[in-house]
Design a binder for this molecule. Structure first.
Ligand code: F0G
Length: 362
């Protein structure tokens, strides 16, 4: 448990995850640390979700949407870009459904490198595209999906002097595993369930690595069951085969051929976990609940973890501790928010007290 953190140290002393966990990461004193002080994200109780389950469970959101570029990708990117810099690389490339491209662009440019990002044309949320552009990436939108883009960047990185920073880059998962360390430090123990959305399945693999490392070092006495969730139209790990034309409102996880499939399956098996799909409707229900009952705005892909938890609530043991990973910030996808909410919105009103009071029901 972290103790004795006063307001000043809490706001000024978090150095970023490489500095915080350097003994657990493949870095040396010669590694130039490229950081935006990522990591150290809050673990927030989400009681309205817990109440829907009953059984005295405790449910928390690991809100990784509060990272510097608004997603968990920053955890991996600080490592991948620092190591690329150490190796003298001058340009990086990635395929992305949006968040990886935003993060790669931010960290690469901070390190003085070029960033090439391949995205599926028309299927990247506006906020993410805006970020990649503002961070100064070279954005290449292809007439094809993420899986095709990943094939292309893998081939390019094998032929040209550009470093691949998708999650096949082993440093990415090293950085991302630190989220498990933070969860154990905050709870004082590993949770019983870790609920997480899956796309390319790198993050679930990274979390599992982190949980195992702390367990082996006796920093926790148990390991969580890894519960991975995919969107129904885009659930290759659930149905056990590649999907050629994946579809879902959660564009971040619109992936039909996950590159980290084997690692994720090992995590499921070793942890006695499970993979399940959730429909777009279930994702949006969870997304709205988090917003209007908890004040947490995540992106639709992230809400898959909560949707999945609610769907499997009958299997949860009494008194269990559950962590849902909220991988990305809701501001990433404003179109989804505007089209999917239960708010009342009156526009074009006359700027008069009486009109406003009347609309307020006063
Ligand atoms: N949640 C969000 C918000 C994501 O952006 C992603 C992946 C995932 C979950 C799934 O993580 O791939 O490690 O299983 N986004 C990638 C991208 C593919 O390009 O930004 P995963």
């Amino acid at each position: 448990m972290k103790t004795d953190i006063n307001a000043t140290s809490a706001t000024t002393s978090w150095p970023g995850l490489i500095e915080a966990y350097k003994n657990w990461l493949p870095v040396t004193d010669n590694t130039p640390v490229i950081t935006l002080q990522e990591g150290g994200t809050p673990l927030i109780p989400i009681n309205s979700i817990g109440n829907r389950i009953g059984k005295k469970v405790k449910v928390y959101a690991k809100y990784d949407g509060l990272n510097p570029t608004g997603s968990f990708k920053d955890r991996g990117m600080t490592m991948a870009i620092s190591k690329a810099k150490e190796e003298g690389c001058e340009a990086v490339i990635c395929a992305s459904t949006g968040n990886t491209s935003a993060s790669a662009a931010a960290y690469a440019r901070r390190a003085g490198m070029r960033a090439y990002v391949l995205i599926p044309d028309g299927y990247v949320a506006q906020g993410k595209l805006a970020q990649a552009l503002v961070y100064g990436a070279e954005v290449l939108a292809i007439k094809g999906n993420f899986d095709r883009a990943l094939n292309i960047v893998q081939e390019i990185a094998s032929k040209y002097p550009v470093t691949l920073v998708n999650s096949v880059n082993p440093y990415r998962l090293q950085g991302q595993k630190t989220a498990s360390f933070e969860i154990i430090e905050t709870l004082g123990e590993a949770p019983d369930w870790l609920c997480i959305p899956m796309g390319n399945a790198g993050n679930i693999s990274a979390y599992w690595m982190g949980f195992k490392e702390y367990y082996k070092s006796k920093k926790s006495k148990k390991l969580p069951q890894m519960m991975g969730f995919q969107a129904s139209g885009s659930a290759p790990l659930v149905i056990g085969k590649v999907i050629d034309n994946p579809q879902t409102i959660a564009t971040a996880i619109r992936i039909g051929n996950p590159v980290n499939r084997e690692k994720a399956l090992i995590a499921k098996k070793e942890s006695n976990g499970a993979f399940l799909d959730v429909t777009d409707k279930e994702i949006i229900e969870a997304y709205k609940l988090l917003g209007k009952e908890e004040g947490i705005f995540c992106e639709p892909a992230s809400a898959a973890s909560v949707a999945g938890l609610l769907k499997r609530k009958n299997e949860i043991q009494n008194g269990a501790t559950i962590v849902c990973v909220l991988t990305g910030n809701g501001l990433k996808d404003p179109d989804c928010a505007i089209n999917n909410n239960d708010a009342s919105f009156s526009s074009g009103l006359e700027p008069e007290i009486q009109t406003i009071a009347q609309r307020m029901g006063l």
